[in-house]
Structures are given as C-alpha cells and as structure tokens.
Design a protein around this ligand. Structure first.
Ligand code: UDP
Ligand code: MG
Length: 338
C-alpha cells in the first residue's frame, strides 16, 4: 500500500520553545486599559528567553491610544506600534497585525484583557505538542449581557447548519497560531473577513484551551449590537450562498399555497359560496411584495460584495509604524499554499 497521506497531516510534537513569538492586539479607543495591558505584557515577556514582539494596532482611535502606544514602543523594546489611516474595524485590524508579524508563533488578543495573556503558556504547551492552532474557549463569560450571549448562541448554531463549517463554540479571536497557519490564513485576501471562520476553514491541527472569560478591564465595549450583526452577516455571506436559495424555496412555497387556494376557491364557488375580492387581493399583493423585496435585499448583499471585491482596493492603509522588535531575527519562512 502506498502512503499517499502528505506528511504534514500527522501531528508531530515539536518539543521545543518557538524561535520567536508575536502578539497581535487591535486597539480602538482603549486608553483606559493600555497601562494595565502594558504591565501584564511586560510580565509575560520577562518570563521567556526567546524574543517576543507585541504588535499594537491602533485602528483609527480618536482618544489617546496612538500617542500612548507610540511612546510605549519607544520605551519598551518589544512593542511595535502601527497606526491605521482610519478605523477599518476589528477584523481588518487583526489582518493588518498578522501581516506585520515576524514570529514563529503568533497570538491574537483583545486589548481589554478579556483574553488573559496568562493563558499563553498553556497555549504554547499545545503548540509544543504539535498543534498549529490553539484557541481559547470560554467556560464562563462574565459581564456580558444576556442578549449578547443569546445572539452568539443562536448565531453559531445557525451558521454551522447553513455554512457547513464548524466554528468552535464560545470562541472569539483569542488564539495562538503557528507560522504555517498564519501564512495559510493570510493567503485568503477576501474583503469581508470573519477571521475565526477563516481559521476553521484552513484546517491543520486545532485544539481548544478552556478559560473563564473575565469582564472587560476598563472602558466600554467597542462592539455594539449593530457591529455584531454586521459581523454575523459578513460571516454568513462569505461562507455560504444558502440565503440565495431561500428565493427558490419561497417561490415554491408560495406557488404551492396559491395552488391550494385556487382549488379551495373553485370548489367553494361550485357549491355556491363566493368571497368578495378586495381583502384577499390586498393580502396577496402585500405578501408577494414583501417576499420579493426580501429576496432582492439578500441578492443585493451578495452583489454588493462582488462589487467591493471587484474594486480590489487594499484591505487597509497604514499611516505610521514605530519600532521593529524582531528586526534582527530571521524573517519567517514562507509556506506555500496552492
Ligand atoms: N476593536 C478594533 N476596532 C473596532 C472595534 C474594536 O480594533 O472597530 C478592538 C477593541 O479595541 C478590542 C477588540 O477589538 O481590542 C474587541 O473589542 P471589544 O472588547 O470592545 O468587544 P467585546 O469583547 O465587547 O465583544
Ligand atoms: Mg472585549
């Protein structure tokens, strides 16, 4: 029997420390949490002997975030500060951050310390055991509204059903990735990015590490309901065209109903019962109008995305970069992806 399984599908323990590590932290109006974040990062960095860089991406903040991270970068050699030209959104800021990293392993964290850096040693242990993606999975979520939890619960179940892609439950973007996985992820240059779905899509060896998610350390959430809803729409439209099939299903269902209706009305007419028409005509017009506009709207979502993808604008624009902590380490080897 010939062995056709490529070698990389077998998980081989690495049993060593990474050559270097990068942390990616998107920050949008996070001035209240930055001092504590910096303190916790200093603690983490002092624990390890291999070089570490922390890439802080200022996603077009309007508060003091940029001056603060800019000066941190000058004082702490391990910090690289990147300012985007404007607010591009969380998922794009992560993408920019990943593009800037040089480490052999990369960890994505939120700035608000809801993704505790103290979990990184445990994640690194799984990497040593040969996993390429190690994600943080929440056992408990403190300080999040019931509606947000319900929305998340419903979304992941619906998404899994219609997109046929398993995104691990109760995860955010908190994860550690091997360079190979980062390269795979970064080779997907789609505009509307649902990073945690894309990470599931690339495969490789993935593993969860459980933790209790604390409350945001300070400040307020940068994800109001509206943004979460848009992220959910991006997630669905970029992983499945199932909603487009809705049109066919709705069409078939309406035809079936209409057919039944005709049979009933004709039968009643034959036995001498007839209805005045106005109400039923109005009902039919409104129902069909509603269904048609909904279907058009769904179609529009996809057409709009094709339009934006067709423009081929860059995903983001960088305004300024300060610091290059891993300048003296070898650049990461590129992994080819067909
Ligand atoms: N964030 C960002 N750009 C945005 C919105 C949010 O970079 O437009 C960052 C934010 O600074 C934080 C992370 O994304 O580091 C997650 O945001 P947040 O903690 O407010 O979301 P929540 O935990 O409430 O879902
Ligand atoms: Mg948060």
């Amino acid at each position: 029997m010939s062995n056709v399984t490529p070698q990389y599908t077998i998980r081989t323990p690495r049993n060593r420390d990474p050559l270097s590590m990068s942390l990616v932290i998107p920050c949008y109006n996070e001035e209240d949490v930055l001092p504590e974040l910096r303190r916790r990062l200093q603690e983490l960095v002092s624990k390890y002997s291999f070089p570490i860089e922390v890439v802080l991406i200022d996603d077009g903040s309007k508060d003091n975030t940029w001056p603060m991270i800019h000066s941190y970068s000058k004082e702490d050699g391990f910090i690289k500060a990147v300012r985007l030209a404007r607010n591009f959104g969380h998922q794009t800021a992560i993408t920019c951050g990943l593009d800037q990293t040089r480490g052999e392993v990369v960890v994505i964290l939120d700035a608000d310390l809801q993704d505790p850096p103290e979990l990184i040693p445990e994640m690194l242990q799984e990497w040593r055991d040969g996993y390429d993606v190690v994600y943080g999975q929440r056992r408990k979520r403190a300080g999040e509204s019931t509606s947000k939890k319900f929305f998340a619960f419903a979304f992941y179940r619906i998404f899994e059903k219609i997109a046929g892609l398993k995104v691990p439950r109760d995860t955010g973007d908190f994860r550690l990735m091997d360079r190979r996985a980062v390269d795979a992820l970064q080779s997907l240059r789609e505009r509307h990015r649902f990073v945690r779905g894309m990470v599931s899509w690339i495969g490789h060896h993935q593993k969860a590490v459980q933790y209790d998610r604390p409350e945001r350390f300070a400040g307020v959430t940068k994800y109001p309901f509206r943004k979460s809803l848009f992220l959910a729409i991006d997630a669905i439209t970029s992983f499945t065209y199932a909603p487009l099939r809705l049109a066919s299903y709705l069409g078939l269902a309406t035809s079936a109903l209409a057919f039944l209706y005709i049979v009933v009305v004709v039968a009643l007419k034959l036995v001498g019962i007839s209805f005045p028409g106005y109400t039923s005509i109005m009902a039919a017009i409104l129902l069909l109008g509603g269904v048609q506009l909904t279907v058009l709207g769904i179609l529009g979502e996809y057409v709009g995305r094709i339009f934006e993808q067709g423009q081929q604008r860059p995903l983001y624009l960088v305004d300024q970069i300060q610091g290059e902590p891993l300048a003296n380490t070898a650049p990461p080897a590129k992994h080819a992806h067909g």
